[in-house]
Every structure is written in structure tokens, then in C-alpha cells.
Write a protein that binds this ligand. Sequence first.
Ligand code: FES
Ligand SMILES: [Fe+2]
Length: 395
Amino acid sequence: MFLSDTHLPQLLPPSAYTDPTWYITEREHVLTPAWHVVATTSQFPRDGSFITFDFFGCPIILRRHCGEIRGFLNVCAHRLAKLTSQPTGYCSALRCGYHGWEYDEVSGATKKIPDAPSFKPLEKGMLGLTSVRVETCGGLVFATLSEDAPSVGKSLLECGIDVARTMSPAGFLGMREICFPVNWKVAIENTLESYHVGEVHPKTFKTAPAEEQCSHQLFPAISIFCGPGDTVPWIQRLERVLLSGAAIPQTGGYRHVHLYPTCTIAETDTFTIILSFLPESANRTRLFMTWFASQRAGASAVWNGLIRNWGRVQSGFWLTVVNEDLSMLPTVQQGLASSSHPGTGLISRREERITHFQQWILDRIQTDTTATQPATMLVTHSSPSAVSPMENVLT
Ligand code: FES
Ligand SMILES: [Fe+2]
């Protein structure tokens, strides 16, 4: 059942999806304080493996050292060059390619400075790379530019994600990156409702589950949808055999978790797909997508292997679903960008997770910017609905 008794207001104005000024405010108050999925452990096969990428305007390098993935701003302390421009690779030392400064792999402090006497009285270790916080959860790598964001592993635990089962490195099946010309919230909001299923997924999901089969849970920075898993009898039978072989409980359910702001996790008993919508600008998003088969550490290699094989079969279905959504999203962006429509839109009860997410964004922006932002940035809730947007939900 849904939580709200009535439809809900669209809280964000169209400009929230198109305006570069809004995006800059959002980047500061919504995005950089949060954790984001940025990589998988499979991208770091050995010590010295690294990746680089742009993270909300900051160049970042992640590199494996002694089995752990460490993050730094990819900016040298000497003359601020990027240490490397390669997107991925291996390096035996954390070394800048311009003048050869070398840095400690754990702390980022300077370790070796060629012709060091010419920098007198600078001493070894006095300058260094800026560390970036990284947390590894199963096969996923999260990063944040915040110094005080609480542990993301704790958040996963709180929303009932069994990391060992759903995103074990042993269950890793694949990853893909796609850039598309759409605001990141358009893409996220698409994942938060099943209302579009009949129109956008007529051949894959076919129809949205009935309200009685659905439940929504709303928490301060998380929302969860629970519904039925695959209802095809032979698939249910197959999964029963596989799961009991690996001693993994069968629930028969489907859960979609949104870890605010950019991470969504869709899981069934045997398969998990994680979508990380990383904004690059007001109207451009990089989707980092990765998927896993369920595994149990104590189960036999045979049963874990069979579940991985079943996961590979399911991958094609889920990638088709994602493609169906992605092909629709630019039309939403184009409509939002047109200035001709007088309305702001409306949110159905089935879409109520969207209003909760929008309220969360507004809370971040308004709390942090009331004193500094122009009035046009602030949105008042003069919606047609008399119902307070979240008055009947958990917060
Ligand atoms: S800029 Fe990196 S060593 Fe000079
Ligand atoms: Fe969809």
C-alpha cells in the first residue's frame, strides 16, 4: 500500500532540472556532502592499479595499495598539475608525471622530491596530496568530498542491504558507464516510481504491480520500494533450487533502495543492479552501472557458480530495462527545458517517493542557502494539494 492518501505536489520547479545556477548550488549543498558509488573493486586487480575521473569538478585518483583503495585529489602539490591524465592503469609509485614528485601511498605526504635542496627549507612530508574519503562495501567503491559524512556502510546496513550476499566481489558480473543529456534528478526520479511501467516497459516488466503488492518506506535520506519478484512459475522453481543449494533464504520479493542522493540499488533474491547517477552539469549525467549475483561465503563453489550463471542470464533483461528508461529520459528533459508550460506537474500516490526526495533536496538547499541565495532559488509549497507533502510518512 502507498503511504499518502492523496496526490502530492511537484516540489521542484522546472529550473531545478535545467538551470546551471541551481546545479552549482545543488553541487555544493546536496552532492559534495554525500557518498557516491564511483567504482568497483574489480577495477583494481592488483596493488598499483588506479583510476581517475572528474568528481563534481574535482579531478580524483583512486589507487590500490596493500589491498586497500585510497583516494586523493589528482592534483600535485608542486605546481598543481594532474599526476596523470590516464583514465585507468597501473603505477608502481604515486608519482607526478611533470617533475617527478612522489607521494606516500597512504597519507599522500611528499616522499621524494627531485633536486630537493632547491626547495630549501621544505622538508620531506611537509606538502602532500589531499586525501579523499573512500569506503569499500563488498565489491562497490564509494567516495565523498565530505570530511564528516557518516559511514556509507552503516547506511547500507540500516536499509537492510545484505552487502555480503548482494554485492560480494565474488558475485560481480559486470559494469557499464553511459553519459546522457539529462539532469541527474530526472533519471533518479524515473527509478522511484512504477507508474511508467506499462508505457515504457510493456515487454519487460509488462505491468506495474497492484497497490496491494507494493509498499513504500521513507526515511530521512533513504526510500525503499518493496514489491513482488519474478512471478513466472519456472523461474520461481529454479530460484528455489539455486537458493536452497547455497542456503540463501528465498523471499520471492523485489526491493528498490534509493540512498540519497545518487545511488539506487535494485535487488531480488539472486540479482542486484546498482545505478549511480553522477551529474556532470545541469543537463548531463554519467550513469555508472554495475550488477552482481547473490553469493554466500560459506556456500559451495558449485552453487555460488550456478547462481552467477543465472545472474548472467538475468543481466540481459535488466540492461534492456535500463535502456528502455534511458531512451525515454531525454524527452522529459526537453519538456522541462521548454518555458512554455504554465504548470509545474503533479505527483501520484504511486510516485510518492519522488516528493520525499524533492523535499530532502529542498531541505539541504534552503537550510544551507537561505541567507545567501536569491529569492528565485527558494521554492514555497503553494501546491494545489492541501496535504502537507510528507505528513503521513516516516521521516
Ligand atoms: S607539478 Fe607535479 S612534480 Fe611538478
Ligand atoms: Fe523504468
